[in-house]
Design a protein around this ligand. Structure first.
Ligand SMILES: Cc1cc2nc3c(=O)[nH]c(=O)nc-3n(C[C@H](O)[C@H](O)[C@H](O)COP(=O)(O)OP(=O)(O)OC[C@H]3O[C@@H](n4cnc5c(N)ncnc54)[C@H](O)[C@@H]3O)c2cc1C
Length: 368
């Protein structure tokens, strides 16, 4: 049976840098500003972006593979990649050509950070939460106020961030692109995270920011969010795929006599991971998740469980050495990284609640 490590679409220099930097990216913010330009220089943000728009072609499934390849080496870097690439995807799917033309070039190079503050919007779409940003009419512009409590990839040097805003008066909720250069937009200090510390994760306060139509990613959040959700979630699944693969690769290296009992679960989890990835890719390519989101929800849930199982398997295969600062640093990092997977929006609680309310599609197997 083939091992879990897939031929990664990463240049060797980047792969080596990620391997060296992974512990530091998880435990400190020192290298936070290095991640974006490193990934940009390797051309990763161009993957799945049409050539005509400055990309290297392919589709979102290629971008998922790239997020997985980075996450396999560092989930912190994989999460920064996710934020940047998801914001790029919003621009690709936006009818606002002017905004796309203006922002895309620097984002594709990794010279400018793109962030997605749409967790609140995804919860809003599922009916779980009110929108946290509100618009009101102001002379020839919209005034926006509110707070986004968690946003990643808020590079201190500058960022653009997508957020959902409750419309003024009877207007529908819409999606806006705010900028760190806007008056009224301010970023907190980095949040004091237990891991993933080089992800530039902070809160954003919006106090009387003024925007015009040129900054609207989409005028109707309800119509647009279900369309971008497959890419949002699919790219996020890339993080789980990479992390699980990493734990399985480490487990495989430790499978030797005396631990034979682990060979069977290792083979089963490896095969299931490959199968889930294939189903995700097929579903994204066939665009079935837009109309059948529960299929994607089930894939996301099962991938999160596979991450947990793979990391526990690595822990068992490592034995007491896992508990020593060295040589246990790798498994300890993966344990911390894996704690993020169930809580990132849409969280497992949220997804399971949504599926319990709308159990329309019975099985992951339907994405064949
Ligand atoms: C390191 C890190 C980085 C992050 N980066 C970003 C980012 O870049 N962009 C972004 O938008 N968000 C980001 N988040 C936020 C994250 O994705 C979740 O939105 C957040 O962790 C969940 O919100 P909460 O803790 O307030 O959960 P709560 O709202 O307190 O909810 C607790 C749990 O219950 C679930 N839940 C809440 N209400 C319901 C309901 N009515 N029915 C069913 N389930 C429900 C939640 O999903 C969660 O699992 C980040 C979080 C972390 C930890």
């Amino acid at each position: 049976m083939a091992g879990p490590r897939e031929q990664a679409p990463l240049p060797p220099g980047l792969a080596a840098w990620l391997d060296d930097a992974a512990h530091g990216l998880d435990t400190a913010a020192d290298d936070a500003t290095a991640v974006l330009p490193r990934l940009g220089d390797a051309g990763l943000f161009r993957i799945g972006v049409p050539v005509a728009l400055g990309g290297s072609g392919g589709d979102v499934t290629d971008a998922v593979r790239a997020v997985a390849a980075v996450s396999e080496r560092s989930l912190a870097a994989g999460f920064v990649f996710w934020g940047q690439r998801t914001f790029i995807e919003y621009l690709l799917q936006s009818p606002n050509e002017g905004l796309r033309a203006r922002l895309l070039p620097a984002l594709l190079e990794g010279r400018r950070a793109g962030a997605t503050g749409l967790s609140n919007a995804m919860k809003f779409l599922a009916g779980f939460e009110e929108l946290q940003l509100k618009a009101s009419a102001a002379d020839r512009a919209l005034r926006i106020d509110g707070k986004l409590p968690w946003v990643t990839n808020l590079q201190p040097t500058g960022f653009d961030v997508a957020a959902a805003v409750e419309g003024a008066g009877d207007d529908p909720a819409f999606i806006v692109s705010l900028s760190s250069d806007d008056d009224g937009v301010s970023r907190s200090a980095d949040l004091d995270l237990m891991a993933l510390r080089a992800t530039s994760t902070a809160a954003i306060k919006i106090d009387d920011a003024r925007v015009g139509a040129e900054r609207i990613l989409h005028p109707d959040a309800h119509a647009w969010l279900p369309k971008v959700r497959p890419a949002f979630l699919g790219l996020q699944c890339g993080m789980s795929i990479g992390l699980a693969r990493s734990a399985l690769t480490e487990t495989e290296a430790k499978l030797r006599s005396g631990r034979d009992v682990l060979a069977e679960p290792f083979a089963a989890i490896s095969a299931e991971l490959a199968d889930l990835h294939a189903r995700l890719a097929r579903g994204l390519a066939a665009a079935v998740f837009e109309t059948e989101p529960s299929l994607l929800f089930r894939l996301r849930i099962r991938l999160a469980e596979v991450v947990a199982e793979a990391v526990q398997l690595e822990l068992c295969a490592s034995g007491g050495a896992a508990y020593l600062t060295q040589p246990g640093a790798g498994i300890q990092r993966r344990l911390r990284e894996s704690a993020f997977v169930p809580v990132v929006t849409p969280s497992l609680v949220q997804l399971k609640t949504a599926l319990a309310a709308h159990p329309r599609v019975a099985a992951v197997g339907a994405v064949a």
